[in-house]
Ligand binder design. Structure first.
Ligand SMILES: Cc1cc2nc3c(=O)[nH]c(=O)nc-3n(C[C@H](O)[C@H](O)[C@H](O)COP(=O)(O)OP(=O)(O)OC[C@H]3O[C@@H](n4cnc5c(N)ncnc54)[C@H](O)[C@@H]3O)c2cc1C
Length: 299
């Protein structure tokens, strides 16, 4: 990333919210469920699956967490009703993890139970390192009872190879990503190449043991490594999927689909778009150009 982009990334919180919203709109389906469903429909028509995320995190009030549960129930009902190929991704801190772990587990259980009723699947996103233990505990407990949940592991975390060893024996399902939160060095690898190398190690460990993997990255180097590992271990096409975020590298998306790989797009929607959008903009290597253009366009 250029120096100018880096400077802008550190000063992003100073950029007016309407400019952030304008630039980040490519990453978010919209504010309503109908908008999210339309994006999923379009993705399905292009040969991609989806996973829908109701935006929001770090809730402090029980009512907000319960409201999010009901939104997820409506999302799952809508997938069934409109025959859409999509599952859901949930954030434990939206569902009350920072209020009480048991309350959060009960909320995730309700979503998992509804998903099971519709033959669907729930991915539990991984947030910052203060959430890792509780998130994996909830995943293990509910997966043992419902069998339709998946976890996320982050290759920047030093513990990830160990976490793979401790996955449930019964049909575990893991999304592997680099990790997006700003973590202290005592828990996370810091170098770009180190995080990449650990991604390859973790991915090989997952694929070699037959664990279903969601290979979540837009890093062409990692995509190439993944294709090589899939070939090396003779992994069948239905035992993995690539995953990408809405609004990022649509060309790579098409290349993967044309290569015969299954691909799932992460589709966030909702009114609470700001923190998610800031994280996405921080990763965009051309953030400065986009922000400047939005400021100058006056639209
Ligand atoms: C489906 C999915 C789910 C995820 N779930 C989680 C999760 O639960 N927990 C978590 O911590 N992280 C999650 N992430 C985020 C992930 O950890 C990374 O932060 C993110 O994917 C960027 O890493 P990368 O592997 O794409 O590599 P990078 O090196 O960051 O990016 C590779 C290239 O992709 C392009 N690119 C990447 N991001 C953007 C962007 N925002 N805008 C424009 N271009 C971009 C650029 O060309 C860049 O050079 C998820 C990512 C995906 C794809």
């Amino acid at each position: 990333m250029s120096v100018f982009n880096r400077v802008l990334v550190t000063t992003l919180p100073l950029v007016p919210k309407f400019i952030v919203g304008r630039v980040a709109s490519r990453y978010v389906a919209g504010e309503t469920l109908d908008q999210a469903l339309q994006v999923v429909r379009d993705l399905n028509a292009q040969g991609a699956m989806a996973t829908v995320d109701v935006l929001g995190e770090e809730v402090k009030e029980r009512e907000k967490a319960l409201d999010a549960v009901e939104k997820y129930v409506r999302v799952l009902q809508a997938f069934d009703q409109h025959k859409l190929d999509s599952n859901v991704s949930i954030k434990p801190t939206l569902l009350g993890l920072k209020i009480d772990e048991g309350f959060c587990r009960d909320n995730i259980e309700r979503i998992a139970a509804v998903a099971k009723q519709y033959g669907n699947f729930v991915r539990i996103d991984m947030e910052d390192h203060t959430c890792t233990d509780a998130t994996l505990r909830i995943y293990r407990e509910l997966h043992a009872r419902y069998g339709n949940l998946g976890a996320v592991l982050q290759s920047y975390m030093r513990r990830t190879l160990q976490d793979i060893s401790e996955l449930p024996r019964e049909s575990p399902n893991v999304r592997l990503c680099k990790g997006i939160y700003v973590e202290p060095r005592r828990v996370a690898w810091k170098g770009y190449d180190t995080v990449r190398a650990n991604y390859v190690l973790a991915l090989e460990k997952l694929l070699a043991t037959g664990i279903y993997v969601g290979i979540a990255t837009h890093d062409e180097y990692l995509v190439a490594q993944a294709v090589g590992l899939i070939d090396k271990h003779g992994v069948p096409r239905d035992r993995y999927e690539f995953q990408m975020l809405l609004g990022v590298d649509e060309e790579l998306r098409r290349i993967l689909i044309q290569g015969g790989h299954r691909l799932r797009i992460y589709v966030p929607y909702g009114q609470d778009w700001y923190p998610y959008s800031i994280r996405r903009l921080r990763e965009n290597p051309e953030v400065a150009r986009h922000v400047l253009r939005a400021m100058l366009s006056g639209r």
